[in-house]
Design a protein around this ligand. Structure first.
Ligand code: NAD
Length: 492
């Protein structure tokens, strides 16, 4: 099969009980290419009837799927892995057209998604839960993991090819049924992913797709046939989703927004650190929950490091995501672009020094696109809006501090705790930051602290609500419950 990559595309469809169906509410919105401003598809929103149908089909499928031998359950995942490999280029192209990011970024995100499918193929080992003979006199104890039913995941716009795969493979490999509600801003990648899922050989109802917005999400969170929900998106929505799902008695994990710091010490390789810092802050247009955009630098190297950052940032090429020369593509919507512009204006008003202004950028042939070039502030302060709030654009601010202790203090004052990076040549500084940083992902001489799929991915404080995170072993715990068998066989 070949996946359709050239827009305009047909309206996206739900995938319920093995069938493609149009979402049935009257609401919906255009899917717009962020680089051209043109509508390239349309997403209708699912009604409560659509949600009901998906949940009922999931419950029916769960009966048999949860009793299917694990070795059989992972066969469609092996198939899906191969299909994703075979169609990675087509998926990446679709992703660029509806998201605006570069082709390299799109391929990178799909690779990260595929890694999760690979890890979930190891479920026969990962799902084992332990056995202890002679746990007590004449007693053996065995823990077994059981799947729970129908789960859902609600995912954001910024990694539409990867984030659904933080959840989907683990949910079904453990024997559950799964319903994805992708972002309505770029839902076509999910549609293409499900065209591959349709080929992969899952029984009907095991993996399903419902499109929609707020009402669809609330319909899923309120549905008593759903056992648990995963959410990834902005902090206010993550908190609401967490509270609503928990109030409805569901398991829930909700990953929110971020404000990530870089600490640069005097012993760091400054050129390396500057390149990684700019890439972390600006790649994907800064629309990454791991974007590091508050750069805290020991004062002895502040001026030198600032010059290196400015050189790197000015060298970035802003353009159309499918052009090879492009480093930074378009932002998702004009509304988001103007929010980032407002934040830049707030930085100027609040007294930060605007060292590089990316607001006047123009991309030939894409005059209606949502483009911003790297924007660099110097002398930012902890209380400034651009230091406190997530920007989600190619904007970064530099701040001088006396030493690593002050840098850690600045970082830990943030309401968020998703990620941070440290650039240093000093093991003692690295150890200190490792022990004291209040973040979920910490890179040492690594600009974007993204864990591989066999490690969990998740933050702290306002970046995460729940306990078990996405990816890897945490997902096995989230998608199963343990029963302990305590066995004694007295002599008759
Ligand atoms: P968003 O919160 O606007 O939307 C995320 C999902 O929630 C979408 O599917 C959307 O349809 C749904 N939604 C939106 N408003 C809702 C509401 N009021 N009630 C119920 N559902 C609602 O987020 P976004 O703009 O798509 O994504 C960007 C955000 O996601 C950023 O804040 C980013 O940091 C965060 N993010 C976090 C991580 C992480 O791992 N912590 C990863 C990726 C993105």
């Amino acid at each position: 099969m070949t996946l359709e990559t050239t827009p305009p595309w047909d309206d996206v469809q739900n995938y319920i009980d093995g069938d493609w169906q149009a979402p049935s509410s009257d609401e919906g919105q255009d899917v717009v290419d962020p680089a051209t401003g043109e509508a390239i598809s349309y997403v209708g929103f699912s009604s409560s009837d659509d949600v009901d149908s998906a949940v009922s089909a999931g419950q029916a499928a769960f009966e048999e799927w949860s009793n299917t031998p694990v070795e059989e359950r992972i066969q469609p995942l092996f198939e899906l892995k191969q299909l994703l490999e075979d169609h990675q280029d087509e998926l990446a192209e679709v992703l660029v057209r509806e998201h605006g990011k570069t082709l390299a970024e799109a391929k990178g995100e799909l690779r990260r998604g595929i890694e999760n499918v690979e890890v979930a193929c190891g479920i026969p080992s990962m799902m084992q839960a332990g056995h202890l003979p002679n746990a007590a006199p004449d007693i053996d104890e065995t823990a077994i993991r059981k799947p729970l039913g129908v789960f859902t995941a609600i995912t954001p716009f910024n990694f539409p090819g990867m984030i659904p795969l933080w959840f989907l493979p683990y949910a079904v490999a453990t024997g559950n049924a799964f319903i994805l509600k992708p972002s309505e801003q770029d839902p076509v990648v999910a549609q293409r992913l499900f065209e591959l899922i349709d080929e992969a050989g899952f029984p009907d109802g095991v993996v399903q797709l419902v499109h929609g917005g707020v009402d669809t999400v609330n319909g899923l969170l309120d549905h008593e046939g759903i056992q648990g929900a995963s959410f990834v998106g902005s902090t206010p929505v993550a908190k609401t989703v967490y509270e609503r799902a928990a109030a409805n008695g569901k398991r829930v994990q909700a990953q929110g927004g971020a404000k990530n710091h870089v600490i640069v010490t005097e012993s760091a390789n400054l050129e390396f650190a500057a390149a990684k810092t700019v890439s972390s802050a600006c790649a994907c247009g800064g629309e990454r929950c791991l974007a590091n955009d508050v750069i805290v630098v020991e004062e002895g190297v502040y001026d030198e490091f600032t010059d290196l950052v400015l050189e790197e940032a000015a060298a970035q090429t802003v353009g159309y995501g499918l052009d090879d020369a492009t480093d930074i593509g378009a932002l998702i919507t004009p509304e988001h672009e103007s929010r980032v512009r407002d934040l830049i204006a707030s930085g100027v008003e609040e007294g930060a020094e605007l060292l590089l202004d990316g607001r006047d950028v123009e991309v030939d042939g894409y005059e209606d696109g949502n483009f911003l070039a790297p924007t660099v502030f110097g002398d930012v302060e902890p209380e400034m809006t651009i230091v406190r709030e997530e920007i989600f654009g190619p904007v970064l601010g530099l701040m001088a501090v006396e030493d690593v202790d002050e840098a850690i203090d600045v970082m830990n004052r943030s309401e968020f705790g998703n990620a941070a990076s440290l650039f240093t040549g000093d093991g003692a500084d690295a150890r200190k930051v490792r022990h004291e940083a209040d973040v979920g992902n910490l890179g040492v001489n690594a600009g974007t602290a993204a864990p591989m799929a066999f490690f969990h991915f998740g933050g702290r404080k306002d970046s995460f609500f729940g306990d078990l995170h996405a990816q890897g072993e945490d997902m096995i715990h989230f998608y199963t419950d343990k029963t302990i068998y305590i066995e004694r066989w007295p002599d008759s």
